[in-house]
Write a protein of this length. Structure first.
Length: 119
């Protein structure tokens, strides 16, 4: 399975971005977004069960980020609103079979997409 992430960019604090992650095939149970800030470990942001669409969010994402997926298009999205300076990171999409989807349990990783937030 290959994952292709896109949608990162530069935005001012309070702004929005929408990340996308396209999968080459549907050989997984769950997909998720993770991020890695400079000097920090990769952390969970949100996940979505591929079949049923159940979503889960880290506290950092609740109320501001929305994860969704287009089953037919094999694409996952992350709508990020009210972005803060501390949201600046490289965002990675991942997919696997374990629920919850922790970084160490991801089977397939996409390349990162950089999000910068200026205050």
């Amino acid at each position: 399975v290959q994952l292709q992430a896109s949608g990162g960019g530069s935005v001012q604090a309070g702004g929005s971005l929408r990340l996308s992650c396209a999968a080459s095939e549907r050989k997984f149970s769950i997909m998720g977004w993770f991020r890695q800030r400079p000097g920090k470990e990769r952390e969970f942001v949100a996940s979505i069960a591929w079949s049923g669409g159940q979503s889960d969010y880290a506290d950092i994402a609740k109320g501001r980020f929305t994860i969704s997926r287009d089953y037919a298009e094999k694409t996952m999205y992350l709508q990020m609103n009210s972005l803060k300076a501390e949201d600046a990171a490289i965002y990675y999409c991942g997919a696997g079979y374990s629920i919850p989807l922790k970084p160490e349990l991801v089977n397939y990783w996409g390349q990162g997409t950089l999000v910068t937030v200026s205050s």
